[in-house]
Design a protein. Structure first.
Length: 196
């Protein structure tokens, strides 16, 4: 019995080491995914000092600008600004969804089938209202967005395969949209830069 008493601290240390290794592996995997998704622009001073309380959409969402070119669209940066301006995903769900819709509107003219993005944004808006009124959990919202996004990307893929081949590489923002809202977004803690 005396021998078992000394073995416990060794086992506890081993468990702590294993837990730290798992934690480091998860952090490294998340960084790799975020790095693969593309660069995230630094938030501007205007965004960094944005109020944390929900504000009218007209005061926090920039006015419509001319259609940007494929080279100037930075979807990751625009979404990072939304996350920064509206950090509370429940209390600020509607304002955050409006910001995300504005951000993804930058990608719309670059997509071969923009109506697919419109369908996703319509669901995003409806679910945001339910999350903010607490009639739906954030996790359930994420699962529904992930499922629809997956269906839309598959539908786009099928339409593209039926159309004449376009040899040009899609713009980065289009690739970022296609790779967003993966299965990990439908799990607890799924709030990486690619979940929106």
């Amino acid at each position: 019995m005396h021998r078992d008493g000394r073995a416990w601290p060794k086992r506890a240390r081993c468990l702590v080491v294993v837990a730290l290794c798992i934690l480091l592996t998860c952090c490294a995997a998340r960084q790799a995914i975020e790095k693969e998704a593309g660069p995230v622009a630094e938030p501007t001073t205007e965004t960094a000092t944005a109020p944390t309380e929900p504000a009218p959409a007209a005061t926090t969402i920039p006015e419509a600008t001319p259609v940007p070119t494929a080279a100037t669209v930075n979807l990751s940066g625009a979404l990072a600004e939304c996350r920064s301006a509206f950090p509370d995903q429940i209390a600020q769900a509607v304002a955050r969804a409006s910001c995300v819709i504005k951000a993804t509107d930058l990608v719309r003219p670059l997509l071969p089938f923009p109506e697919l993005l419109d369908r996703e944004n319509a669901l995003r808006k409806a679910l945001a209202e339910q999350v903010q009124t607490r009639t739906m959990s954030l996790l359930e919202r994420n699962i529904q967005i992930q499922k629809l996004h997956s269906q839309l990307v598959e539908e786009e893929r099928s339409r593209l395969s039926a159309a004449p081949a376009d040899a040009s590489k899609p713009p980065l923002a289009v690739t970022q949209w296609r790779q967003s809202n993966g299965e990990s977004c439908g799990r607890l803690g799924g709030d990486s830069g690619t979940c929106y």
